[in-house]
Design a protein around this ligand. Structure first.
Ligand code: NAD
Ligand code: USQ
Length: 396
């Protein structure tokens, strides 16, 4: 397949682009490098020394003989440039990773709130609009989030996107399938809810073939392809805005910082290893919906864990201390989470479990690059509602 990977310079997009290229697909990366610009704005840096996109692509070609194309396009601003790319490249599929993805950053300031909503909604809509305009039969695979469901599951397993509901009308009871009611916990998560509505509209109105991957928190850094050469190393965020919980705990343990558990650590979340993420993306590409089908939704996660249990696990492996810190977010202190993820398992996914992968990640990444950690970037300072939450230290 010819595949355009939007956001292909990012934490998920880069290893996905390499994996698809290694599997024999013809890949072109589209990115506006905004994630690198946000690092400069926040004074942060990836734990791992990531190379520039051109150096990464050259290293891949040198190592494997396979070429990955690239185009620097702001998808939120430049619909015409993306339409031109579609017309010239004629991809069979587009994988859309290109959004601002940190919940804390999306709640940080009025400017980052507006940027997140404008960037994400416009990027997704421009992509949909350009695909229609191109007249091509492109399969769009989008990286969504488990966070669209909210994390309170009312005692049930969260289905893969759609919920059976019984409606009582004049003719009696009828069963219908509706999108699972959304309950976003941040403005970032809200943009993914808005994306869902746009996808439903374009699948119905323009018969676009769309798959939405409701992904859990990705942990780990390295995949079979990024490990081939130092110059292919993947991004690893550990700061208070972009660092996700398990990767943050691994780095904190490596530098002797107490593990920062928010509140009681009773939040249960869904997780997936980065190696499984890239496999799932290819599986989704290989199993597209037909034109005229509703949006196909997969729950892209393999395990659920409570934050305090993860902290205990990492502490047990490394000897780190665990600290309960005031929660800067507005979220349930404790929740259960049960998720249906049968679709990918039925397609042959064999998950990498935390118990297999964690120690390797501690040794090969967190400890290896610990000397690059800036301790000042560890505390989470973006507060969900500063006025109502006195006592939480605000961002600098
Ligand atoms: P990331 O920030 O590392 O990568 C996103 C990439 O998109 C960056 O390279 C950025 O420069 C690019 N980008 C952003 N806006 C753009 C625009 N307007 N035009 C062109 N390029 C743009 O994020 P990630 O962790 O790789 O996440 C990728 C996708 O996966 C996101 O949509 C995110 O919501 C989803 N996701 C991520 C996780 C996770 O744990 N990282 C979990 C679930 C879902
Ligand atoms: N948390 C801590 N300590 C920390 C950091 C986080 O206790 O140092 C807690 C948070 O309060 C939250 C949980 O850990 O309860 C998860 O936080 P996170 O930052 O790891 O994940 P989240 O904000 O949900 O966002 C990440 C990605 C996002 C993706 C989402 C998938 O950044 O792009 O959509 O995971 S999901 O969580 O399934 O919605």
């Amino acid at each position: 397949m010819k595949i355009a990977v939007l956001g292909g310079d990012g934490f998920c997009g880069w290893p996905a682009a390499l994996h698809l290229s290694a599997r024999g697909h013809d890949v072109v990366v589209v990115d506006n490098l905004s994630r690198r610009a946000i690092d400069v704005q926040l004074g942060t840096e990836s734990l791992t020394p990531i190379r520039g996109l051109d150096e990464r692509r050259a290293a891949w070609q040198e190592r494997t003989g396979r070429r990955i194309g690239s185009a620097q396009i702001d998808l939120a601003e430049d619909h015409e440039a993306f339409l031109d790319l579609l017309v010239v490249e004629r991809p069979d599929a587009v994988v859309h990773f290109a959004e601002q993805r940190a919940a804390p950053y999306s709640m940080r300031t009025p400017a980052t709130k507006r940027y997140t909503v404008d960037n994400n909604v416009n990027a997704t809509h421009n992509v949909l609009c350009a695909v229609v305009e191109s007249g091509l039969d492109v399969h769009l695979v989008h990286l969504g989030t488990m966070g669209v469901y909210g994390y309170g599951t009312a005692g049930m397993r969260i289905p893969e996107g759609y919920l059976d509901v019984e409606v009582h009308g004049p003719q009696g009871g009828v069963t219908q399938q509706i999108l699972y009611p959304s309950q976003p916990g941040s403005l970032y998560h809200m943009t993914k809810v808005l994306d869902q509505t746009m996808f439903a509209f374009y699948a119905k109105n323009d018969r676009l073939r769309i798959t939405d991957l409701h992904q859990g928190i990705v942990w780990g850094t390295s995949t079979a392809e990024t490990a081939l050469d130092e110059r292919l190393v993947n991004r690893f965020d550990y700061d208070g805005d972009y660092g996700t919980v398990l990767n943050r705990f691994l780095v904190q343990a490596a530098v002797g910082h107490p593990l920062t558990v928010h509140g009681t650590g009773g939040q249960t979340r869904a997780f997936i290893h980065i190696q499984d993420m890239v496999r799932c993306v290819e599986l989704a590409l290989l199993h597209p919906p037909a034109a005229g089908d509703r949006v196909k939704i997969f729950n892209q996660m393999t395990e659920t864990h409570r934050v305090r249990d993860l902290a205990r696990l990492v502490a047990g492996l490394t000897g780190a201390e665990v600290e309960l810190v005031p929660n800067p977010r507005q979220e349930s202190a404790e929740n259960e989470l049960h998720v249906d993820n049968g679709a990918f398992l039925d397609l042959g996914l064999r998950p990498t479990t935390l118990s297999e992968g964690l120690l390797l990640e501690v040794e090969q990444t967190a400890v290896r690059w610990a000397h690059r950690v800036d301790l000042a970037r560890i505390p989470a300072r973006s507060v969900w509602n500063a006025r109502r939450r006195p006592g939480i230290p605000a961002r600098p």
